[in-house]
Write a new protein. Structure first.
Length: 110
């Protein structure tokens, strides 16, 4: 049942953001990266780990520093769109830089 609730909430957030994007693309971008998703995951992690402080601290630390790879993802996407790169090229470039930054992120947080 929990998995269905997780899926349903995720779908609702995506649908709301894409619906708003039709008229207000920058607002939809804000919704897409807002702490709402992080807060939802925080709740699930908390419940699944019975509030284990060590797990919660590690999650919060990873999320905090995980912002940097996400910023790089969107920075590369913005630059690619400015250069009129195709969507597959934008996604490949953005995910590529995000993956490299995520690997560094995980290496540093060991």
């Amino acid at each position: 049942m929990q998995i269905l609730l997780k899926v349903a909430l995720s779908i609702v957030i995506i649908l709301v953001a894409t619906a708003i994007a039709k008229k207000f693309p920058s607002a939809a971008g804000l919704i897409a990266v807002m702490p709402l998703t992080g807060a939802l995951v925080l709740v699930w992690v908390y419940l699944e780990n019975k509030g284990n402080a060590e797990v919660m601290q590690a999650f919060a630390k990873g999320a905090l520093w995980g912002i940097l790879p996400s910023i790089l993802f969107f920075l590369v996407a913005l630059l690619c769109f400015k250069k009129q790169v195709s969507l597959p090229g934008v996604l490949a470039s953005s995910f590529g830089i995000w993956l490299l930054a995520a690997i560094v992120h995980q290496w540093i947080l060991r």
